[in-house]
Design a binder for this molecule. Sequence first.
Ligand SMILES: Cc1cc2nc3c(=O)[nH]c(=O)nc-3n(C[C@H](O)[C@H](O)[C@H](O)COP(=O)(O)OP(=O)(O)OC[C@H]3O[C@@H](n4cnc5c(N)ncnc54)[C@H](O)[C@@H]3O)c2cc1C
Length: 263
Amino acid sequence: MKPFPFDYARPRDLREAGALLAKVGEGARVLAGGQSLGPMLNFRLARPSMLVAIHHLPELRAVEQTADAVTLGACVTHTAIADGRTPDIGVRILARIAENIAYRAVRNRGTIGGSLAHADPAADWLCTLTALGASVLTARPGGGRTIPIAGFVPATFRTTLGPGEIVQAVRIPRPSADARWGYYKACRKPGEFAFAMAAVLLDAARGIRRAVIGAVGGPPVVLEGDRAVPGAVETALAASGLDALERRQQAVALKRALAQAAT
Ligand SMILES: Cc1cc2nc3c(=O)[nH]c(=O)nc-3n(C[C@H](O)[C@H](O)[C@H](O)COP(=O)(O)OP(=O)(O)OC[C@H]3O[C@@H](n4cnc5c(N)ncnc54)[C@H](O)[C@@H]3O)c2cc1C
């Protein structure tokens, strides 16, 4: 199938992109790497009247690091992160997540901001960045805002972004030097979306013991403190609609992520 006809705009900067989105309104859609939007257009699941390309904008490729955090522009690609061309928050924490997303051709174009904005419950960044306590920084007419990723995706393929609001960057706090991290993604073959996944951050110096279960068909499930154990999965996922086998798979994913964090 082919997409419905649409106009295409390539703004010079973020301000112009915002103005275009505001002018065209509901029919306009941001285009980043196109790795999710492209198939949606082809299947006519999305029928925008205009695509506003943003992947080339320098403001959305900016990278900043401080003692506390790394901030990655929304249009930084998975490949740039996997290849270590951007700063990491620890020894290959972000790189290892990125290199397990899809396969190279998708990673070359797919972006961290596009992944979050697409709000697929099985997306790797959504689960892992929730565990890491990251925030989305946005740009919108009248001033951007900071949105904690826990809560950024209230439902499948939905975010709390307002009309015309663009993900500008993602701020990822650095774990303490002695923090432990684990991430386990279960998929049928490499490069596929996960059918079960869990991420664990044990950061005693910051008082954090957090486990996040992803790929649950809705927002990630966050288990804090004493609840960050495989035994809590059954209760936490009781209302998720997952069947007994799927809940068991999630418990195993969490057990393996915890084991990684313990080594
Ligand atoms: C074969 C295949 C396998 C994949 N496997 C995985 C996988 O294993 N794990 C995984 O996590 N992902 C996977 N993906 C998805 C991939 O990571 C995409 O790159 C990502 O979901 C979307 O990023 P994008 O930059 O291509 O966004 P686009 O496709 O350009 O946009 C996606 C949506 O987000 C909106 N959007 C994009 N950027 C912004 C922004 N800055 N501000 C506001 N809205 C924005 C768009 O309007 C659109 O609605 C896979 C994709 C494919 C095609």
